[in-house]
Design a protein around this ligand. Structure first.
Ligand code: DSN
Length: 488
């Protein structure tokens, strides 16, 4: 951390206090792995070295604590536990019950949710559980009641076919991919766009911000069963109270996917109308992005939707990953500590510093800035596609990902943007001044990158650029070490 950084030591990532013990644990584990497949041990060591040596700006990545990571390498991985806490289809699940119940309890307390479900293996699984819980609650249950049946197995084949047709003919309205929505929000190539009759809302072409009147008009016209809010590449906050008003007006269920910004909700940076949990009927998230936990998913729900969400397995999911649920419990316990609030605030402050760093160097940002954890840099002002910019930055040790901008002329593969997020480097201790320097380095690379002819992928990086930026980045990285005190 630099001396004049705005990040106080209270934002430091958990782990330094037990680094010596964690080092011994990792050394022992790698020795054991090495005795069976040395190439895996070598790749594992190299992964840590590579992560330590690069400026990780991927907005959806972070660095989980050694406690979280170590929790995943246990015998919980060997256990089947289909069903739910206290109601399993397998015997001897008492310890899985303990960790799953703890994960759910921490999630309920952290987010103020009536109910939490810790089994989804990923974000898409969490969204599928949510969608099918909404369909089960709003279509299947009333359909069964109308037919005087208690269970789908009690229906005749003809009645079941009618009910299945109804389940498959419902409407979903979500944010379009090019304006920052996620592919699980009704994108046709994804299952969400196939199982629902879908329509998408976008952003105001003039400002790049969500236009709530336009969302309301689309909802009135389309009358969706599900209104999805949330994003993976929108650099602004969302007013979830307004989204709920729109959903209520048209009789839709509001589902919020907070996968990207769950850490800012947990850390109380997003409160009131910007906190989705009190407003949504169902809220989904991943646990590994700004929340800084293990790779996995989580669903929060109101009492009305809880019974259907609780049937996520066997409805949608296979056997839960009990070792990951245990790690979710550890990560959520960390997120309930006061230090996590300082971390979350630093993530948002650092994104502001990164945006300001681009704007003062003539970088063009979608929406003109940020008020969450990410910025979307339109690289066409440098004469580049997103693909060229992403590759050139990687040559200089800066890890970003290309991303579409609204109405992207280069499509979703080449794109015109670069998405950059602050959660990971903030975990390393980067402060506002460090992020200003990061913006300077990114601009240095992009200004020194030339497209080759008409290719959307090929480029030339001016001699010396990669070396210059690498060595400047190395200074920043050395001042903010990843997993300080951890030696293999
Ligand atoms: N891959 C995640 C992201 O980068 O936003 C979402 O699926």
């Amino acid at each position: 951390m630099t001396a004049d950084s705005t990040v106080s030591s209270s934002t430091a990532a958990p782990g330094a206090e037990y680094a010596e013990t964690a080092s011994a644990a990792y050394r022992a584990a790698l020795e054991v792995i090495e005795s069976v497949e040395p190439r895996v041990a070598a790749a594992t060591r190299k992964e840590l070295a590579d992560q330590r040596d690069s400026l990780k700006l991927i907005a959806s990545e972070n660095y989980a604590s050694p406690a979280v990571l170590l929790t995943m390498g246990t015998w919980f991985s060997d256990k089947y536990a289909e069903g739910t806490v206290g109601h399993r289809f397998y015997a001897a699940c008492q310890n899985v019950d303990t960790v799953e119940a703890l994960a759910a309890e921490h999630a309920r307390e952290l987010f103020g949710a009536p109910y939490a479900y810790a089994q989804p293996h990923s974000g898409i699984d969490a969204n599928l559980v949510a969608y099918w819980a909404i369909l089960a609650t709003r279509v299947e249950a009333p359909g069964l009641a109308e037919l005087g049946a208690k269970h789908v197995n009690d229906l005749s084949e003809a009645d079941w076919e009618k009910l299945r047709a109804k389940l498959g003919n419902q409407r979903l309205l979500g944010m379009s991919l090019d304006t920052g929505g996620h592919l699980t929000h009704g994108f046709r190539p994804n299952i969400s766009g196939k199982m629902f009759h879908q329509r998408q809302y976008g952003t105001d072409p003039a400002t790049g911000f969500i236009d709530y009147d336009a969302v309301a008009a689309a909802a009135r016209e389309f009358k969706p069963l599900v209104l999805v809010a949330g994003y993976s590449a929108y650099p602004r906050r969302v007013n979830f109270a307004k989204m709920r008003e729109i959903a209520d007006e048209v009789g839709a269920t509001l589902m919020v996917d907070m996968a990207h910004f769950a850490g800012l909700v947990a850390g109380k940076v997003f409160t009131g109308d910007e906190d989705p949990v009190p407003h949504a009927h169902v809220t989904t998230t991943t646990t590994h992005k700004s929340l800084r936990g293990p790779r996995g998913g989580l669903v929060l729900a109101t009492e009305e939707y809880a019974p259907a969400v609780d049937k996520g397995c066997p409805m949608v999911l296979g056997g839960p990953l009990s070792h990951v649920m245990a790690a979710k419990a550890v990560a959520l316990a960390e997120a309930r500590r006061p230090e996590f609030r300082s971390y979350a605030q630093a993530v948002a402050d650092n994104a502001q510093a990164l945006a300001d760093g681009f704007l003062k160097r003539d970088g063009a940002l979608v929406t003109g800035g940020t008020d969450n954890h990410l910025v979307l840099l339109d690289v066409t002002s440098f004469g580049l596609t997103g693909r060229q910019a992403e590759s050139a930055l990687l040559d200089a040790g800066i890890v970003t990902n290309r991303n579409a901008v609204p109405a992207d002329p280069n499509g979703a593969w080449y794109t015109s943007g670069i998405r950059l997020g602050t959660p990971a480097l903030t975990t390393r201790g980067f402060g506002a001044d460090d992020f200003d320097r990061v913006a300077e380095l990114v601009v240095d690379v992009l200004k020194n990158t030339q497209p080759q002819g008409t290719s959307k992928a090929k480029y030339t990086l001016a001699d010396g650029t990669a070396e210059r930026v690498h060595s400047a980045a190395a200074e920043l990285l050395a001042a903010n070490p990843l997993y300080p005190g951890l030696t293999l």
